[in-house]
Design a protein around this ligand. Sequence first.
Ligand SMILES: *Cc1c(COP(=O)(O)O)cnc(C)c1O
Length: 389
Amino acid sequence: MKKETRILHAGRHPEQFHGAVNPPVYHASTILHPSVAAMEKSGKTPFVGVRYGRYGTPTTFALEEAVAELEGGARAVATSSGLAAITGALMAFLKAGDHVLMTDGAYFPTRKFCDSVLAGLGIETTYYDPLIGAGIAALMRPNTRVVFTESPGSLTFEIQDIPAIAAAAHAGGAVVMIDNTWGVLNFQPFTKGVDVSIQAATKYIVGHADAMLGTITVADPDLWLRIKTSVAAFGHSPGSEEMYLGLRGLRTLPVRLKRHAATALALAKWLEARPEVDRVLYPPLPSDPGHALWQRDFDGACGLFGVILKPVAKNALDAMLDGYDHFKLGFSWGGFESLVIPTTGHAVVRTATDWSPAGPSLRFHAGLEDVDDLLADLEKGFERLACAG
Ligand SMILES: *Cc1c(COP(=O)(O)O)cnc(C)c1O
């Protein structure tokens, strides 16, 4: 069965729920146990069956089963947000005195967690060039427990050579993690050497900008227990309705993603040819430095890309961004509508690599609107840029 077909069935067991097509939403904190003996037994295996709401209900299990299938893993752990998935996964493997290798292209709050919480716990982070590939071997230390990747990188969109990084990390005994939010179902992490794959399900899995949700998927069941234990210890449990929205979003994910990606490619090509534009950062573009690796390792793309403009006055840029009809100013991405954010200056923090484009940088999310409407919106934006400049 193709991935698109499998996703429709993943985590669904209508025969257990009176034939209902979708898994029911369990609103539960308290779970009643029939006897003291049963209660004691469930305490010995807290993650088997249903014991208490925080540890999971059949709604949780349905989502975890579906996401594991989506990513080609064995088991998953659902969390209350994408960031909770990142921090819960990291904390499952790190203790005082350990060392983490973190990509310089990491999502900013991931970085902030390393520099604040991990640093405070005596866990050292070294940032590395996302394009390092097999060269990461030189940065490995005896106490390096985790090599964290994100491909393409947040805001700067570098594609990483994950198989090469994973081989070097494993040779040094480290666990390889990926923030696979951009790849969603188009990057199959476990065939590329990844041990732990993280989704900000808030983005494309939920897909409608109406819930926060995260997932952590593994291929090795022993890692699952470690991660589940960590996530449970922090109390990172997702809400029932949020999980249902994630499950619902999953069913249409392949169709939505294709459309987001096709629109993004059309916009990226059009933008690339504009005189106001210096560079477009989108791995599916043949001109993108990561194009060959993207073609080798990904089955497709999504709607998120970056643009670097030629130098322009701030008031002109603000006039362009403020006046869009469709590209609204907002964080997050993966919902049905188009978005834009300026990423110039301190928005992009890099310490292992140089990131200093001459002109302003932007991040666009191509939504599900008609592509011609979006192109017209961009064109009018450049008119405002010219008038104000
Ligand atoms: C949004 C995002 C996250 C965090 O997800 P939340 O659900 O907002 O906590 C993590 N990684 C990437 C790449 C993201 O874009």
